[in-house]
Design a protein around this ligand. Structure first.
Ligand code: NAD
Length: 252
């Protein structure tokens, strides 16, 4: 087991990519707390699935866009386990609209969840990882939309572009204290988030523009997160790793 008895925290863990990350970390022996927003049944089902496989997971309800949430959640993990080795900032939302129709509310909802939520959770774990433990791994889930233009995603692209920049600066500031900070940038992953685009564009059409000819799965992302949290990535920090089946190559 790569992460035996390590303490991990994953935001947005009850479905999609986050769920895949929870399962992968628990499979490798980490004790995982995950934040879910509203679906208690899905959270319970995940806890049971992890337990059935011999792992340990716990769901905590919180809204990552609430400025007070991160510290409360992190304090709870520290009270229970006394340390925190891995933080994965995965919770995210889209509110796609062309800019002329985009309202401040659409902007704030996406920035507050994807960017400020990531900041708040990093801030809440930083003292513990950097000073008390002098070790830790942080992985932020970004998107290829940060660097590749999709009309209708000004808010989302801005949030994920900022997550990439934030990841690099945080990595530089925390590296000397053995806290490694990286990001993964998924392409098209088959989850609830991409359902509307998949319906609109058609899955077969999307597969034609992805060089490996399939959509990604939560496992495709979870495997790279696992690498970034494990011993093989001990010399990797400040990187944004694209996981998109070659989509961003722009090959025709
Ligand atoms: P999803 O919509 O299936 O899951 C998102 C999760 O985040 C859900 O569990 C949701 O409850 C949680 N969440 C959203 N807002 C929250 C809040 N305020 N507080 C707490 N939890 C909240 O989407 P997904 O595809 O699994 O997305 C996971 C991450 O991957 C996101 O950051 C997303 O931007 C990123 N991503 C997804 C794709 C894709 O194609 N699916 C591509 C690139 C990046």
């Amino acid at each position: 087991m790569l992460l035996k008895d390590q303490i991990a925290l994953v935001t947005g863990g009850s479905r999609g990519i986050g769920r895949g990350i929870v399962l992968a970390l628990a499979r490798e022996g980490a004790k995982v707390t995950f934040v879910y927003h509203s679906n208690a049944d899905a959270a319970d089902a995940l806890v049971q699935e992890v337990a059935a496989a011999g792992g340990t997971a716990k769901g905590v309800r919180a809204d990552v866009a609430d400025p007070a949430a991160a510290q409360t959640v992190v304090d709870g993990v520290l009270a229970e386990h006394g340390r925190l080795d891995i933080l994965v900032n995965n919770a995210g939302v889209i509110r796609d609209k062309l800019f002329l129709k985009m309202e401040a509310d659409d902007w704030n909802a996406v920035i507050n969840t994807n960017l400020t939520g990531t900041f708040a959770f990093c801030k809440a774990v930083a003292q513990q990882m950097a000073f008390k433990q002098r070790s830790g791994r942080i992985v932020n889930v970004s998107s290829i939309a940060a660097e590749h233009v999709n009309k209708g995603q000004a808010n989302y692209a801005a949030s994920k572009g900022a997550v990439n920049s934030f990841t690099r600066v945080l990595a530089a500031e925390l590296a000397a204290r053995n806290v490694l900070v990286n990001a993964v940038a998924p392409g098209f992953i088959a989850t609830d988030m991409s359902q509307a685009v998949r319906n609109l564009a058609g899955e077969d059409n999307l597969k034609k523009i992805i060089p490996v000819r399939r959509l990604g799965t939560p496992d495709d992302i979870a495997n790279v997160v696992l690498f970034l949290c494990g011993p093989a990535a001990a010399y990797v920090t400040g990187q944004v790793i694209t996981v998109d089946g070659g989509l961003s190559l722009g090959a025709v």
